[in-house]
Design a protein around this ligand. Structure first.
Ligand code: SF4
Ligand code: SF4
Length: 184
């Protein structure tokens, strides 16, 4: 089978047409209004679900939502959340809570895992620093004075307050099983 040769006139026409089409596109855009956004003079408003700076929110009564369950810390793929829990005033909370934003990849898994809506990501993306250590945020840096995306949610209204008496003495609570009576 013989080798097919390309028509040189046709090939030249395609090249010229490609160049003309490209120049035409450039010409059109020369007279269009530029759409470049002049950051930081102009800051584009981002959707509420954008994932940037992380906050710790409060419930509607003003109490801290975080119950130091460690779920966010466990699910974080880069292990940048650490804390220590404590019981205070019949509530479970974090004695200290720390996020290393220099490692955070803003995946949002911590927010997904949190049962109390305490930890939330916000659209605030302006958090770069020259000094990496200054990107380590402590609990006082993370706590805000509102409920974030759902200000009405109160975890304790659903889960109850910590035990104030023995097991089985609360309303609608059954006595615990005596494991010794179950032994053969
Ligand atoms: S957003 Fe992702 S990487 Fe950042 S703290 Fe949460 S789980 Fe970790
Ligand atoms: S922020 Fe949420 S998931 Fe993390 S320890 Fe507190 S309650 Fe648990």
């Amino acid at each position: 089978m013989g080798r097919r040769t390309r028509n040189p006139i046709k090939a030249l026409g395609e090249v010229v047409w490609g160049a003309v089409a490209g120049l035409w596109t450039v010409l059109i855009h020369l007279f269009r209004k530029p759409i470049t956004e002049q950051y930081p003079e102009y800051k584009r408003p981002l959707p509420i679900r954008s994932r940037a700076r992380i906050i710790l929110t409060l419930d509607p009564d003003g109490g801290e939502r975080c119950v130091a369950c460690y779920l966010c810390s466990a699910v974080c793929p880069v292990t940048c959340i650490s804390m220590e829990g404590e019981d205070r005033n019949n509530r479970r909370m974090a004695r200290w809570f720390r996020i290393n934003f220099a490692r955070c990849i803003f995946c949002g898994l911590c927010e997904e895992a949190c049962p109390t809506l305490a930890i939330q990501l916000t659209p605030d993306y302006e958090m770069c620093e020259y000094d990496l250590l200054s990107m380590v945020a402590e609990k006082e840096d993370l706590l805000v004075n509102h409920g974030g995306k759902d200000g009405e949610y109160n975890y304790y209204r659903y889960a109850g307050v910590t035990t104030l008496g023995d097991k089985g003495t609360h309303v609608q609570e059954e006595r615990p099983v005596n494991i010794r009576s179950n032994m053969p």
